[in-house]
Design a protein around this ligand. Structure first.
Ligand SMILES: Cc1cn([C@H]2C[C@H](O)[C@@H](COP(=O)(O)OP(=O)(O)O[C@H]3O[C@@H](C)C(=O)[C@@H](O)[C@H]3O)O2)c(=O)[nH]c1=O
Length: 186
């Protein structure tokens, strides 16, 4: 993980059982999630995206309440730098970010909780990302913050301008975005 980490953002590394054929892995297990203290999360939607070019950047995205989503992200082909940004008003780590390389090779997964912005940049051509969500897609609650906001200052490791959607290119700065999440001191 790049940076010191953020409370609630968790890297999971499911076990791979290798043999002469290759390997086998349980990419999701409700029992393992419960063991990790994440058994309360109710996964209702699985997403899968394909990005053709290295340097494609999707983010920074959120779904506002009442349709906020936790996300469990993995990269099943190629590699990404996956980023979570604390978006909870009043949080001691507001606007702080973490980045983790997720790849088909390392099999790691990132748990991005509700209240965090999420985005990734592809580190390879032909990259596939799969993630589970705890609420359904709700376009009316869809929101974005600029990927290159200097207040956040994410080091994406880019050497050229990224490939972006029109929506992401037009996203507001953090200072101009709504504050739909409130930090709760647990
Ligand atoms: C996210 C999403 C999109 N769509 C549709 C809407 C649109 O026509 C098309 C592409 O949507 P987007 O441009 O928002 O796709 P994308 O930029 O890949 O958005 C995703 O980015 C990553 C970083 C996330 O964290 C996700 O939650 C999601 O926001 O797919 C769905 O039908 N269901 C969904 O859950």
């Amino acid at each position: 993980m790049i940076s010191d980490g953020l409370a609630d953002v968790v890297v999971l590394t499911p076990r791979r059982f290798g043999d002469e054929r290759g390997w086998f892995c349980e990419t999701f297990s409700a029992a393992r999630m419960a063991e990790a203290g994440l058994g309360h999360l109710n996964w209702v939607q699985d997403n899968h995206s394909f990005s053709a070019a290295k340097g494609t950047l999707r983010g920074l995205h959120y779904q506002a309440p009442p349709h906020a989503q936790d996300k469990l992200v993995r990269c099943s082909r190629g590699a990404i730098l996956d980023v979570a940004v604390d978006f909870r008003a009043g949080s001691p780590t507001f606007a702080k970010w973490v980045a983790v390389e997720l790849s088909a090779a390392n099999g790691q997964q990132l748990l991005v909780p509700k209240g965090f912005l999420h985005g990734f940049v592809t580190l390879t051509d032909d990259t596939e990302v799969q993630y589970k969500c705890t609420d359904f897609y709700a376009p009316d609650c869809d929101g974005a913050v600029r990927w290159d906001d200097p207040q956040i200052g994410i080091d994406w490791g880019l050497t050229a301008p990224p490939v972006l959607s029109a929506k992401d290119a037009a996203a507001p700065l953090l200072a101009d975005a709504p504050r739909p999440f409130q930090w709760e001191n647990k």
